[in-house]
Ligand binder design. Structure first.
Ligand code: SF4
Length: 370
C-alpha cells in the first residue's frame, strides 16, 4: 500500500480498545525480569525502586548481575540503610553515574528513619525522596502501588511518539508525550500498562526497525500508517562532547599496593577512589608541568598511549605515568595524604574504583607486567 493511500486511512485515535490489546499482548509476551513479581502477586516497591535506579542510562543486561548482588547483600531497604556507603559504592562500581549510588543509600536511610522502613505510596511523596525523579516516582507509584499515573522512559517515549505521530523533536517534546501517555492510562492496571509499554518499546517498537506487523498497537498507530515510524521520535541534534585532558599517576609499591585517593564527596565520581591525577582541563598540560603534579617523588615513566573515557558531557583523555616505589615511600603534600591510601592490588576488584580509573590502572599494569 502506498504512503498516499495509507494517509487516507480513517485511523481511530488510540483509546481503551488500544490499551486492552496492549495488555492482552503483555499478558502473553511480558519479559521475565527478576524485579517483576509473578502474575497476581504483590509487587515489591524496594525491588522496583532498585531496578529503576540501576536501569537509568543503561541496559537490562548490564543491570542484571548488579541487581542480583545488591539483593543478595541487602534484601530489604532497611538492610541497605545500615550498609556502609563505601560498600554500596564498591558494589555499584562499573554501573557509572555514582551520584545515583550515593543517593540510593541516602534514600534508603531516609525511608528507614523517616518512613519506618516503608516506601511512601504516592507519586507526590515518593518525589520528595533523595534521588527519585519524576520518572522513578511515577514508575514506583504505578507498578508497586497501582496509582493511575504515567511514567515515561525512553522506550515509552518512543512508542507514544509513534502511536500519535508526534513530530516535535526531543527533548522539547517530553511534556507533550507525557500528556498523550496520560490519556491512555487505565484505572485498573496502571502498573501493567506502564510495563507493557516498556516491554513493547524494548522488543517490538525498537528504535531502528519497529516490527509493526506483530505490534498490538498497529491498528491505531499513526506513525506506522504514515510510514514514518523509524523516523520518530525526532531529536534535536546534540552538540558534540568537548574534550578534556589530564595526567594520572599510578604509583605501585614494591609490596604490590597501589596508591589511591578519595575524590571529594560532591561532584563527578564523588566519594569514589581514583588514581591521583591532575585536573581535567580543556588543553593538555606540557609534560614537565604535569610531572610536577606527581603525588610522590619517584622515577615516573610515561606509559605509551592514552586512556579514553566518555562521560555524558565530555570525552576524557588521560595520559598515564607509572612508578614502582619502595614500601617506605612518603606522600607529597599535593597528594592530600589524608585522602590517600595504599590499596593491595588484590582488593581493587571490590574497592569503590570507577570504570575510568580501572582502565587507567589496567593500562599501567599491562606495561608494568611486560
Ligand atoms: Fe511502534 Fe509500529 Fe507498533 Fe506503531 S505499530 S507502536 S510504530 S511497532
Amino acid at each position: 500500500m502506498s504512503t498516499v493511500a495509507q494517509k487516507q486511512l480513517p485511523l481511530r485515535p488510540a483509546g481503551p480498545a488500544t490499551v486492552d490489546r496492549l495488555l492482552e499482548w503483555y499478558d502473553a509476551e511480558r519479559r521475565n525480569l527478576p524485579w517483576r513479581t509473578a502474575e497476581g502477586a504483590r509487587p515489591d516497591a524496594y525491588r522496583i525502586w532498585l531496578s529503576e535506579i540501576m536501569l537509568q542510562q543503561t541496559t537490562v543486561k548490564a543491570v542484571m548481575p548488579y541487581y542480583g548482588e545488591f539483593l543478595r547483600r541487602w534484601p530489604t531497604v532497611k538492610k541497605l540503610s545500615t550498609a556502609d556507603l563505601d560498600d554500596v559504592l564498591s558494589a555499584w562500581a562499573g554501573l557509572g553515574y555514582y551520584a545515583r549510588a550515593r543517593n540510593l543509600h541516602k534514600c534508603a536511610v531516609t525511608i528507614a528513619t523517616e518512613h519506618k522502613g516503608r516506601f511512601p505510596r504516592s507519586e507526590k511523596a515518593l518525589l520528595k525522596l533523595p534521588g527519585i525523579g519524576p520518572y522513578t516516582a511515577a514508575a514506583i507509584a504505578a507498578i508497586a502501588f497501582g496509582e493511575k499515573t504515567a511514567p515515561v522512559d525512553g522506550n515509552i517515549e518512543r512508542v507514544v511518539a509513534r502511536l500519535f505521530a508526534l513530530q516535535l523533536p526531543l527533548p522539547a517534546a517530553k511534556p507533550e508525550i507525557k500528556r498523550f501517555a496520560e490519556t491512555l492510562v487505565p484505572e485498573d492496571r496502571p502498573g501493567d500498562f506502564a510495563q507493557a509499554l516498556m516491554d513493547l518499546g524494548a522488543t517490538v517498537c525498537t528504535p531502528k526497525r519497529p516490527s509493526c506487523l506483530t505490534c498490538p498497537l498497529q491498528p491505531d498507530c499513526h506513525a506506522s500508517a504514515r510510514g514514518i515510524a523509524a523516523e520518530l521520535p525526532r531529536k534535536t541534534k546534540k552538540p558534540q562532547r568537548p574534550n578534556r585532558f589530564g595526567h594520572a599517576f599510578v604509583a605501585l609499591r614494591e609490596d604490590g599496593e597501589v596508591l589511591l585517593r578519595r575524590r571529594p564527596d560532591a561532584g563527578l565520581l564523588g566519594g569514589m577512589l581514583e588514581v591521583p591525577s591532575t585536573e581535567w582541563l580543556a588543553a593538555k598540560l606540557p609534560t614537565v608541568k604535569a610531572q610536577r603534579k606527581a603525588p610522590i617523588e619517584a622515577e615516573w615513566w610515561p606509559v605509551p598511549g592514552a586512556v579514553v573515557h566518555t562521560f555524558t558531557h565530555f570525552r576524557l583523555e588521560l595520559y598515564v605515568y607509572l612508578a614502582v616505589v619502595p614500601v617506605e615511600t612518603s606522600l607529597n603534600l599535593w597528594a592530600e595524604p589524608e585522602r590517600c591510601r595504599w590499596t593491595p592490588r588484590r582488593k581493587l576488584d571490590t574497592a569503590a574504583v570507577p570504570s575510568v580509573m580501572r582502565k587507567v590502572i589496567a593500562h599501567a599494569l599491562k606495561w608494568q607486567d611486560k
